[in-house]
Design a protein around this ligand. Sequence first.
Ligand code: AMP
Ligand code: ZN
Ligand code: FE
Ligand code: FE
Length: 282
Amino acid sequence: MKIDLHAHSNVSDGTETPADVMASAARAGLDVIALTDHDSTDGWAEASPAALEEGVALVPGMEVSCRTDQGISVHLLSYLHDPAHPGLLEEITKSKDARLTRAERMVTLLAEDYPLTWDDVIHHVAPGATLGRPHIADALVAAGVVSDRSEAFRSILTSRSRYFVQHYAPDPAAAVELVRAAGGVPVFAHPVASSRGRIVGERTYREMIDAGLVGLEINHRDNPEEGREFLRRLAAEHGLLITGSSDYHGTGKPNLLGENLTAPAVLDRIEALGTGTVVVRP
Ligand code: AMP
Ligand code: ZN
Ligand code: FE
Ligand code: FE
């Protein structure tokens, strides 16, 4: 059983449509794929029939952008939540709207130094998609400023860059609580991914665990080995599930479907805990 619980489509910042992500998952030999677009579940409707057609099981999911009171970015995966839960929907809508204003601000700053317009960015965003820095990166690639998204994230678009602007995002413990309230299963995505920016300390883990955190995405390419040992101890101490996933973004990132996998027994636990919707099985 090959289970990959983290992938993006062009409903956020992946480069493939939700249906194409299902086809890619089948081609990669996966049995189970989770679609986890940033702050949106809009891809589920297209992905569900495509998964059936392609013969892969789909775990409907989402990746919720969060930020601590210290300004540290946290990504929270949610599986099998009710997409219509008002509290959760309100928070992701706020984030999605704030991402638009934030991208406009970043483009204004970037336009002082680079040949970039708002139209150039919008050109790379599917209608209604959750806007992110990868879309700005695409416009910078098209303008010949950088060669690919990765180069953009190494230089101009890092969270340490002078062009970086934050956007509204809920507190991680509050998001865990909302995901649980919506019948979802919250898993802390790439918790020690220090290359992306500052990482959280023990207090945030404690608050998220107290709020009902279920798992840690330990097996992800952005978690350095040192940090994984700490996470394994934390998982053992608090009975948290351990997941592994690719964080596939189509051609937008080198991450390949199936490069990290989740154990079948872990998926069974997620399925038993998730009450907001069901796994789509062929
Ligand atoms: P944002 O949500 O707008 O802050 O942008 C963060 C997104 O950019 C995340 O979804 C990451 O997957 C993506 N990202 C981060 N680093 C890279 C990279 N090196 N190449 C491509 N995408 C990246
Ligand atoms: Zn992304
Ligand atoms: Fe993430
Ligand atoms: Fe992701």
